[in-house]
Write a protein that binds this ligand. Structure first.
Ligand SMILES: Cc1cc2nc3c(=O)[nH]c(=O)nc-3n(C[C@H](O)[C@H](O)[C@H](O)COP(=O)(O)O)c2cc1C
Length: 230
């Protein structure tokens, strides 16, 4: 049996956070544990049961450094974009302050990414959208993202922290070159730092209420979902 923290399902779902500052950069992550997480992730659904995914697991320090440098180049652009975390305003001061903390934490990760013992790049095969772009793009991303989140949950269950990141995709082709990923045929969907967490206790996040998100019997425009400022 794998060593897990024994979290209840609801605890697991409500405390799987984006972990950055609390990643233990000094404790090695055994490949076997990452393998267990990938194995569980493969139980996720995919369109037509195609299983169009792969997880590129990066432990090589030279490759991690190369990826971190690309990531930092993207972070330098992101910090000035209108949708950077610290420029998003929420309904109250407490949540605005949380956005400032998110940005500081994003910056911390950018500075330390090369020190994270394992990086995981989940990928999906590129689907030709043909005349059905809305269907095919939703189906393509929907055929990998559930698996990636399962990976994050399985990692949390084993005491590992992850953070979903996408900034490096500004320079996806450069990371593809580092990892020999055929950039036209295979799309990267993110980059997960993976490390044991410092401490095991994480709290549920401050989010808008369920009443904001649950629209009964039809869309309620007074509670439209947020969109990034352009
Ligand atoms: C699609 C997506 C892209 C994200 N990109 C990044 C990223 O590039 N860098 C980063 O540090 N965090 C990134 N995040 C993490 C978010 O900042 C994080 O999920 C959010 O702040 C909520 O964190 P919490 O669950 O710990 O409250 C991303 C999350 C998602 C879902």
């Amino acid at each position: 049996m794998p060593a897990t923290l024994g979290l209840s399902t609801d605890e697991l779902l409500s405390t799987t956070r984006a972990v950055r500052r609390r990643l233990d950069l000094d404790r090695p992550v055994p490949l076997d544990v990452v393998r267990e997480c990938v194995d569980l992730a493969l139980q996720a659904p995919s369109g037509s049961n195609l299983e169009p995914w792969c997880f590129v697991v990066v432990s090589d320090p030279v490759k991690r450094m190369a990826i971190a440098e690309i990531y930092r180049k993207a972070f330098a652009i992101y910090r000035d974009l209108p949708f950077a975390a610290d420029k998003i305003t929420k309904e109250d001061a407490a949540r605005d302050a949380a956005q400032q903390r998110v940005m500081a934490s994003v910056e911390y990760l950018a500075e330390h990414l090369h020190e994270v013992p394992m990086l995981v790049v989940p990928c999906v095969s590129t689907w030709d959208p043909g005349p059905m772009e809305r269907l095919m793009s939703a189906a393509m991303f929907g055929s990998v993202i559930p698996a990636v989140w399962s990976f994050c949950l399985a990692a949390r269950s084993r005491g590992l922290g992850t953070a979903w990141t996408t900034l490096h995709l500004m320079f996806e082709a450069e990371v593809a070159q580092v990892l020999d990923i055929p950039v036209d045929a295979v799309r990267q969907v993110g980059l997960l730092p993976v490390a044991y967490t410092r401490g095991e206790k994480f709290r549920p996040a401050m989010r808008r209420s369920v009443d904001h998100a649950l629209h009964l019997d039809g869309f309620d425009p007074s509670r439209a979902p947020s969109a990034p400022p352009s």
